[in-house]
Design a binder for this molecule. Structure first.
Ligand code: FES
Length: 61
């Protein structure tokens, strides 16, 4: 499922990038890691929710 249609990012791509981007679980930072920038911004809430979940997972492990 696509999270960001503008940049063609699916959920797994965003989730993996959030995991690798230790110390920063900001959606914008994760997009930077992937070499893209938000365009329309419609995806940022969903992307941030994915990042928040990964942050919680990292903190609980
Ligand atoms: S859907 Fe992600 S920037 Fe437009």
């Amino acid at each position: 499922m696509y999270v960001c249609v503008c940049n063609g990012l699916n959920e797994n791509t965003v989730r993996e990038a959030a995991r690798k981007n230790k110390g920063s679980f900001s959606a914008v930072k994760v997009y930077e890691t992937l070499g893209v920038k938000p365009q329309c911004g419609m995806c940022l809430c969903d992307a941030q929710n994915i990042c928040n979940t990964e942050k919680q997972n990292a903190e609980s492990s």
